[in-house]
Design a protein around this ligand. Structure first.
Ligand code: ATP
Ligand code: MG
Length: 410
């Protein structure tokens, strides 16, 4: 049955190192999101969050899109997509304007933000986001919403995020090869934080750590504003590789052993229990003490958390009173939260996407934090400027429809 198009339809593509997630949602009553389609497919064209093989990436995106469109019974042609990788850099920026009419209006705010962008960045990079942290009017700091306030000089403190142009182009190219127009590229930790952190946590001060397959994304909030972001090129795949190396087993077996049997607190796995470990080549499988597996995993998680702790330390962010929120696929391992509490000496919780209506249960897990966050980012865009949202061209039934990529790529 063809879907009626009384509500706007938005779509998000999270192009991760481990998997591609496509989410399709309807915007109900301009405020609520209803998930109407989801698709997930193994990703094989990325390394450490960056597209390194366009063909493989296109194939994986096409599969995930096909699943999501079938589920939603509609065709999408414009998407919000995430970006991460070690090419992402962030800077503090500062700009000011004279308030012409004596009362701050939108053009003054835009002017101060524009002025804050006046910084030299390498030609192979571009500014992706300029995120306001604080406004200052005539020396008075701590102003969140300056519109309508009186004064002579408006200053803006901002967080500037830059990305590599070529990394972005490869994402756009892959999506275009799937007949998808890119509405906007969004920083993945920013998207994840929108779906996982509560308003209270952002106000009190919290650090979001999204640990995926190839990257660990950090976003720190305080007083309701984003203070800083960072993408570190390590994730769960490194743990899997280490298990494969230490236990001399193929990567697929190492991945299965990790998810089914490992725990980041090796002392919780009693000695004596043994697991069957497939061997490489034609050799017979061996039995290994489960403690050996967990010792490898604990060491890697500990190192990962220590790298993150060092990064958070560099970011100079004291008093994150709401603690740390872990999300992403790698955060789901047994004992990850407890180990993080020990390393960070802080309260830690596991972050799930905020509830939405419709088929939300299909995406209710930490590894979907980014995809759900991209939809929330899109919703926010729609609410602030509905005219800017590129509309899906068609929302009819998919039966009888065949995409161009279906003929050429599959
Ligand atoms: N239950 C689980 N326990 C432990 N690890 C898990 C579990 N489920 C998935 N993982 C790990 O999570 C990682 C994938 O996480 P996720 O899906 O968030 O990554 P991604 O978004 O594709 O990658 P990235 O964001 O790094 O580009 C893999 O390393 C996988 O082994
Ligand atoms: Mg991810």
């Amino acid at each position: 049955m063809a879907r009626t198009n009384s509500n706007e339809i938005i779509a998000a593509v999270d192009i991760g190192t481990s998997k591609i997630v496509v989410l399709i949602a309807e915007i109900n009553h301009e405020s609520d999101l209803k998930i109407i389609g989801t698709g997930t497919y193994k990703s094989s064209g990325l390394k450490k969050g960056v597209v390194v093989n366009i063909e493989s990436t296109v194939d994986s995106i096409a599969q995930a899109i096909e699943q999501a469109e079938k589920f939603a019974d509609c065709e999408i042609n414009t998407v919000f997509a995430g970006i991460a990788g070690s090419h992402v850099r962030s800077y503090d920026g500062h700009g000011f304007v004279r308030i012409n009419s004596g009362e701050v209006d939108y053009s003054d705010v835009e002017g101060a933000i524009d002025a804050s962008k006046a910084m030299k960045i390498p030609s192979e990079e571009r500014i992706l986001h300029v995120l306001p942290k604080d406004y200052i009017i005539d020396g008075q700091e701590g102003i969140r919403d300056p519109i309508g306030m009186s004064g002579i000089r408006l200053e803006a403190d901002v967080h500037i995020v830059t990305i590599s142009r070529s990394a972005e182009e490869n994402i756009i190219k892959s999506l275009e090869r799937c007949d998808l127009e890119v509405q906007e590229i969004v920083l993945e930790p920013l998207a994840s934080s929108m779906s996982v952190l509560s308003k209270d946590e952002k106000d009190l001060g919290a650090c979001l750590i999204d640990i995926g397959g190839g990257t660990t994304d950090i976003a720190i909030f305080k007083d309701g504003q984003i203070l800083t972001t960072k993408v570190i090129p390590i994730g769960g795949d490194h743990v899997t590789k280490d298990i494969a190396h230490e236990l001399k087993t193929p990567i697929e077996s190492a991945e299965a052993l990790k998810i089914e049997h490992a725990c980041t607190l090796s002392h919780l796995n009693g000695t004596g229990e043994s697991i069957e470990v497939p061997s490489v080549g034609d050799r017979a499988p061996r039995n290994t003490d489960i403690k050996i597996l967990s010792a490898v995993v604990e060491q890697r998680y500990r190192e990962l958390f220590e790298v993150v702790l060092e990064e958070i330390g560099k970011m100079n962010t004291d008093n994150l009173r709401a603690g740390i929120v872990l999300t992403g696929g790698t955060s789901q391992l047994a004992g990850a939260v407890e180990l993080a509490e020990e390393v960070f000496s802080s309260d830690v919780r596991l972050g799930y996407p905020k509830p939405m209506s419709g088929a939300f249960e299909t995406i209710n897990s930490p590894e979907n934090a980014t995809g759900a966050g991209l939809l929330l980012y899109a919703l926010k865009k729609f609410q602030s400027n509905p005219e800017e949202l590129i509309k899906q061209k068609s929302s009819g039934s998919l039966i009888e429809k065949t995409r161009d990529w279906f003929k050429t790529n599959l």
